[in-house]
Design a protein around this ligand. Structure first.
Ligand code: GAL
Length: 676
């Protein structure tokens, strides 16, 4: 259920009026009108004002703000303020303060200072949310509910006494009897057999490595505790206002390591995501695209909401670079291109005090006589012209397998190499596809993937039998799968699938791996040119090498140097109506990976624009084609016919996008004659 209001695309952001005197609030309403703001998130950190003492609720100050916003035509995404429990509450219940893995109980003075499992926190949450919901159930400004703020960030796992008690309950419910738990965790290793549930602790800091299956379960449990805290609030709000959608904002899909967003998305009425550029990283718009594609994917392809990003610099990175002119516009419209129906920011007005006073806002400290404010006003106008995009969908022919459980498992301690990293491989494949102008979805290994021409599994280290079977069926039925090294190694308890490696994928890939040969830091190997393909070049690889023994697969490229020289590096296995490819190293640089990927995409018939410069981002959403030029030169794109949305100009087969600009063309359906 996407919020009905505002109509068109939502534009606005977090609004923290409690930080400002009345005259500023009056100015806010006028400025919001000038910029075309139509949605603000309100109340996120206002528990101390909403409930100044236990059971005493004061919504008077907030009523006035909601009324003023309503009069100004601004809808409200009303937040529950549970991410900032007040001082009186924490003083009365010090046991709610979370404990870190190494045993430190955090103090008050920041935010997220309560454990999601603590009974006092859950009770206070339920009381407050009911009071808030009852008070605002009929207020005409309220368009949706925003529960909490960024669950899991920075508080992923808590190790307090309440967490341990809940954890034991979770384990009993999951395993029923202790011998099942002992088996699943492999407790015969290092003599860890449990004879009573009460002996089981959280996997807290230890001077050596803690049982990996125990850690993996603790990650599942901890994430589930946050979801319970969310669902507690959502259920109350649904009961009081069944007509209003409820959501919570993800702390950036790709950066949210502790939250399994496949599971979270099922609990939300609309997916909401936050994204902040890693300011110093070159081409950081690729990370933005990946975050947006993952948001759309966990939303099942439905439109989602960009709940927060920044107008300019943030304040929490080592060097907080400002956005260059035009960058905020490119960022905003790239999110819309990839399925967002909103462009919202943290925050409306830059704060004068507190921890985030150097963070940009839509209204900067410089005020409205500033380049940033002029860009904000222009963006508001652009978004009004894009209203017709609302609700439309993005279609992708290629999918990347993304599984949070595999992410957690892969990055536990004592893997064959510290260079094995979930994000490193995922980023490498995503970037290569982005530079090929291929739009991708992300999929869970057990999802229905039958509609994709190509599926890539960059680091599917943990793969359940069900997941592996799903991939097998996909290929047999005609799909094209590309798997990279260290995939299909362990099951859901981090136990190795019966060998040889990769136990879950041997048959599908038509090979086995006799031994891993991780490389030294900076060591490279070489993938030989394809013997039968003219024009291919030898490519360097890094991080990984291994001894692949084909059993049905054919060698496309062999290692030409390194510990596995003369043995397969890149293989192909024709199975049923499809093909499974396997890559046993990490090609160095984006170009090398693209040289390998290109033929796979061609073989599977993946359509993509050719001859475009890499920095021209092209995404089709419904009838609209978004062209984002991240470069310093104008780019002419062929094959686009329709009307350019921002200036109404017709393009007949080609359109030129100025340096740093964004053009959106509403395409005209081709006539029968043109199609022929
Ligand atoms: C987000 C958070 C916001 C604000 C913002 C600053 O993670 O949800 O409340 O702190 O970061 O960039």
């Amino acid at each position: 259920m996407y919020p009905e209001r505002p109509a068109g695309l939502a534009f606005g952001g977090d609004y923290n009026p409690e930080q400002w005197p009345r005259e500023v609030l009056e100015e806010d309403a006028a400025l919001m009108r000038e910029a075309g703001v139509n949605l603000v998130s309100l109340g996120m950190f206002s528990w101390a004002l909403m409930e100044p003492a236990e059971g005493r609720y004061d919504f008077g100050w907030l009523d006035e703000i909601l009324d003023r916003l309503h009069a100004a035509g601004v809808a409200v995404d009303l937040a529950t303020p549970t991410a900032a429990p007040p001082a009186w509450f924490v003083a009365a219940h010090p046991d709610v303060l979370p404990v870190t893995r190494d045993g430190v109980r955090i103090g008050f003075g920041g935010r997220q200072s309560a454990c999601s499992s603590a009974p006092a926190f859950r009770e206070a949450t339920a009381r407050l949310v009911r009071a808030l919901g009852e008070h605002y159930r009929d207020h005409p400004a309220v368009a949706m509910w925003h529960v909490h703020n960024e669950y899991g960030a920075p508080l992923g796992e808590c190790y307090c006494e309440h967490s341990v008690a809940a954890w034991r309950g979770w384990l009993r419910a999951t395993y029923q009897d202790l011998s099942a738990l002992n088996d699943a965790w492999g407790t015969t290793f290092w003599g860890q057999t449990y004879t009573d549930w009460s002996q089981i602790d959280a996997p807290r800091f230890n001077h050596t490595v803690v049982n990996p299956a125990q850690r993996l379960d603790y990650a599942r449990f901890s994430d589930g505790q946050h979801r319970e805290h969310y669902a507690l609030q959502r259920d109350i709000l649904r009961e009081l206002t069944p007509h209003l959608p409820v959501t919570t904002n993800f702390a950036g899909t790709v950066n949210c390591k502790s939250t399994d967003l496949w599971q979270w998305a099922r609990e939300l009425d609309v997916v909401a995501n936050d994204h902040y550029l890693r300011a110093e990283q070159p081409d950081n718009h690729i990370d933005l695209a990946m975050s947006a594609d993952l948001a759309r994917s966990v939303a099942g392809g439905a439109p989602w909401m960009l709940m927060e990003h920044s107008a300019g610099a943030v304040n929490w990175q080592p060097r907080n670079l400002a956005k260059r002119p035009g960058e905020m516009r490119r960022n905003s419209l790239a999110h819309v291109a990839r399925g967002s129906d909103s462009v919202l920011f943290f925050q409306w007005r830059a704060s004068r005090f507190g921890a985030e006073k150097f963070h940009s806002g839509l209204v900067p400290h410089a005020g409205t006589d500033s380049g940033q404010w002029r860009e904000v006003v222009r963006l508001g106008a652009d978004l009004r012209r894009l209203a017709g995009v609302r609700g439309s969908r993005v279609r992708a022919e290629v999918a990347l397998v993304w599984d949070w459980e595999s992410y957690w498992a892969l990055e536990l301690d004592w893997r064959p190499s510290v260079d094995l990293s979930f994000r490193e491989r995922m980023d490498a494949f995503y970037e290569a596809l982005w530079r090929e102008h291929v739009t991708v979805d992300f999929v869970h290994p057990s999802a229905d993937i039958s509609g994709y021409r190509v599926v890539v599994a960059p680091s599917a280290y943990l793969l359940t039998e069900a997941g592996a079977k799903n991939l097998h069926r996909y290929v047999e039925a005609g799909g094209h799968l590309l798997v990279s090294y260290f995939s299909g190694i362990v099951d859901e308890h981090d136990a190795i699938h019966p060998g040889p490696h990769p136990g879950a994928l041997r048959e599908l890939l038509g090979l086995s791996v006799e031994e891993f040969h991780p490389l030294r830091q900076d060591e490279t190997v070489l993938l030989a040119a394809e013997p039968d393909a003219a024009g291919t070049e030898a490519l360097p690889g890094r991080i990984w090498s291994e001894r692949v023994r084909p059993a049905g697969a054919v060698t496309v490229r062999a290692f030409a140097a390194g510990p596995d020289a003369g043995h397969p590096a890149f293989t192909r296995h024709d199975l049923g109506a499809g093909t499974a490819w396997y890559l046993a190293t990490a090609p160095v640089g984006g170009r090398a990976l693209r040289d390998l990927l290109g033929p796979v995409l061609d073989h599977a018939g993946v359509s993509r624009p050719r001859g475009l410069p890499e920095h021209l981002e092209l995404v089709r959403r419904g009838r609209h084609v978004f062209l984002v030029n991240h470069g310093d030169e104008p780019v002419t794109v062929e094959g686009v016919t329709g009307v350019s949305v921002f200036d109404g100009v017709r393009c007949d087969g080609r359109v030129t996008v100025a340096a740093g600009a964004v053009t959106v063309v509403e395409e005209t359906p081709r006539t029968e004659g043109e199609r022929a």
